[in-house]
Ligand binder design. Structure first.
Ligand code: 9D3
Length: 245
């Protein structure tokens, strides 16, 4: 079973998101365990201090190392491998591949920073990996921790049903998803593509594959470099590029 501990000064931040959807079901089914941990429980002073002024001066505050070090030490598990991850704007950007790797550990400890940053010494001694979720500024690590929990949880065996398995996800095959349609057959004057009503499963699969390729070429051509493409795929893409090229 995968346990994810989340160290934060706002442990209540996580209560509602963890109740819903795939993650909520995985918790209820006992497939994963998520434990928000209050950093202030590991302070020893009257004011439960978790930050202090930066040595060398400057704006903002820095997260104090001692409570963080005590929290990590208390949570670290001797027998199962614990991976300590600091959510941080300077970390490696989270990818599906990284989420897959993280889903294979038994114990993740996610550390949410606040303020300008965390004292470098606790990172050096106790953090295994720094992770960012992208190039934009958040006000703390908490929303990023939720993103990691969500992306990792759904890759734990048994969390998704066979029908909706992680293997058929976009990014699993390296391409964007094809468009989806449901009833009604005509919406605002727009019919559903004829091929989807044909019942010809081979033709439908071919059309969907081509839509994946078309969308990926238009929106995320960078993904095509790493995607697993066959001869038909390459010819279809050639055709698209000759159309407007
Ligand atoms: C002014 C310099 N900033 C560094 C880029 C300071 C700073 C900004 C934001 C320090 C901490 C934060 C809080 N962000 C996170 O803790 C964070 C984050 C993010 O801001 N973007 C993307 N991924 C992440 S993971 C953690």
């Amino acid at each position: 079973m995968l346990t994810i501990d989340i160290i934060s000064i706002f442990p209540d931040y996580f209560s509602s998101p963890l109740k819903h959807g795939v993650v909520g079901k995985a918790i209820d089914a006992g497939l994963i365990r998520i434990r928000p941990v209050n950093l202030r429980d590991f302070t020893h002073d009257r004011h439960n201090t978790t930050d202090d002024r930066p040595y060398g001066g400057g704006a903002g505050m820095v997260m104090t190392p001692e409570p963080l070090a005590r929290a990590i030490s208390a949570l670290r598990n001797e027998d199962s491998q614990s991976v300590v991850i600091l959510l941080s704007p300077r970390g490696k950007t989270l990818s599906h591949e990284m989420a897959r790797e993280l889903s294979m550990f038994q114990h993740l400890i996610l550390v949410c920073g606040r303020y300008e940053g965390v004292d470098e010494r606790v990172i050096e001694k106790m953090v295994d990996e720094e992770l960012s979720i992208g190039d934009y500024v958040l006000s703390g690590g908490e929303p990023a921790a939720l993103v990691v929990v969500d992306a990792v949880s759904r890759l734990v065996p048994g969390v998704l049903g066979c029908d909706d398995s992680a293997g058929s996800d976009s990014f699993a095959n390296g391409l964007l998803e094809h468009p989806h349609y449901t009833r009604p057959r005509t919406f605002m004057g727009m019919p559903v593509p004829e091929v989807l009503l044909s019942g010809n499963h081979r033709e439908i699969a071919r059309w969907r594959r081509q839509q994946c390729l078309r969308l990926t070429l238009e929106r995320r051509p960078d993904l095509l470099e790493k995607a697993d493409l066959n001869q038909d795929d390459l010819e279809f893409l050639q055709g698209l590029m000759n159309e407007d090229g």
